[in-house]
Design a protein around this ligand. Structure first.
Ligand code: GLU
Length: 388
């Protein structure tokens, strides 16, 4: 069978593949310590589940508006006005099947063949694939520990060509955990405005930031940058709702109308009663978010401390999200081989850095319990000790 050319260009999602492999090994009785998927181990808070169950009982079981239930779009817009200083109304919001889907919809409505999308590396592995699926051209801009894994205004300016359409920013970042400061975002915004390109800010980890560091949304830094900003976010990480598939895209009404049209011909609305759970997430107490953040914060301390005790591995302290991005270059192995051997010999699942644009790194998700962290890090220590 001859498949479309675009399927040849695209690689499978390694995060999903390794997470599924770890889960399958666990199901078959193997004692696997999994640092794979970025998926909080907590159950969804009770009041959110209760709201979805009530909506289900009330018959919210039919098709809804493709763009999402109006009360949810209003609640998201209100939250963005209040917490992020972004002047959005319901017309600026599209409810999507998770953050991944909001980015995918965005690429579909923005990109023409050959349009370039600047992606600072290390990046979340789905970004370049989505760009390719929409016939765009990913332009990978490398950053490393010496630049704090951040793109500078100079590097951004040097990467812009006449074909550049969009920059993808992700703060806090998956996989590096870095958080851009207000000053850094202001400098990047100036370049974006000067060259009249667009930016999509993936803010899925906005509520998972440590040590009181502020989250700044680049779109809040002035009217000119606001007009060129699109936000992608969702409920999965902050409210532990990964399986619900509720995300959103926010931006200029014209773009949201177009993305809603694409969605109307592909998935239609997000599961109707799930959207009522999301409304409860925004309307209810935010203590659950704070409690989970506190747990992540404790885990971050423990995993970092254990990592630092392993000679041969290096890692910067992440300011947000729930990943350690670990430099493994002293092991002499590429990240795929490192992870494969780690899984086979020590039953520890980690994600190779290669699909994130950094083959000399691996990613460890610490969105897992302390017992797994302690046991898994001991095993990693043993593995590295035998290797180096
Ligand atoms: N975004 C999460 C991760 O990076 C979930 C898996 C995925 O969708 O790639 O692990």
């Amino acid at each position: 069978m001859e498949l479309a050319h675009r399927t040849r260009e695209v690689k499978p999602s390694v995060t999903l593949a390794i997470s599924a492999q770890a889960k399958a090994m666990q199901a078959s009785g193997i004692d696997v310590c999994s640092f794979s998927a970025g998926e909080p181990d907590f159950d969804t808070p009770e009041h959110i589940k209760a709201a979805a169950a009530a909506a289900l009982a009330m018959g919210k079981t039919k098709y809804g508006a493709a763009a999402g239930e109006l009360p949810l779009r209003e609640a998201i817009a209100q939250q963005m006005r209040q917490e992020e200083q972004l002047d959005y109304q319901a017309a600026n919001i599209l409810v999507t099947n998770g953050g991944k889907h909001s980015l995918f919809n965005l690429m579909m409505v923005l990109l023409n063949p050959g349009d370039e999308v600047i992606i600072p590396a290390p990046f979340w592995l789905s970004y370049p694939e989505m760009v390719r699926l929409a016939d765009g051209t990913p332009v990978i801009v490398h950053t490393d520990a010496s630049t704090d894994y951040k793109i500078s205004p100079e590097l951004l300016a040097a990467s812009i060509t006449s074909k550049t359409k969009l920059l993808i920013l992700n703060s806090p970042s998956n996989p590096s955990g870095v958080v851009y400061t207000r000053a850094e975002l202001t400098a990047l915004a100036a370049v974006i405005v000067k060259h009249d390109i667009l930016v999509v800010s993936d803010e899925i980890y906005a509520k998972i930031i440590y040590d009181g560091i502020e989250h700044v949304s680049i779109g809040s830094l002035g009217q000119e940058i606001f007009d060129r900003t699109i936000i992608s976010s969702g409920f999965a990480k902050a409210y532990s709702m990964t399986g619900w598939r509720v995300g959103y895209l926010a931006g200029p009404a014209e773009l949201i109308r177009a993305a809603s049209m694409v969605q109307g011909h592909s998935t239609s609305n997000v599961c109707t009663f799930a959207q009522y759970g999301a409304i409860a997430a925004l309307a209810g107490s935010q203590d659950c978010v704070a409690d989970m953040l506190q747990a992540f914060s404790r885990r971050r301390e423990v995993i970092l401390q254990m990592l630092k005790a392993i000679p041969g591995l290096d890692c910067a302290k992440p300011d947000g999200a729930f990943y350690l991005f670990v430099n493994i270059s002293r092991s002499g192995l590429g990240s795929l081989e490192f992870c494969q051997r780690l899984l086979e010999s020590q039953q520890v699942a980690a994600i190779p850095g290669l699909p994130f644009g950094a083959d000399d790194h691996i990613r460890l998700s610490y969105a897992t319990d302390l017992e797994t962290i302690e046991k898994g890090m001991e095993r990693i220590g043993k593995f590295v000790h035998e290797l180096i």
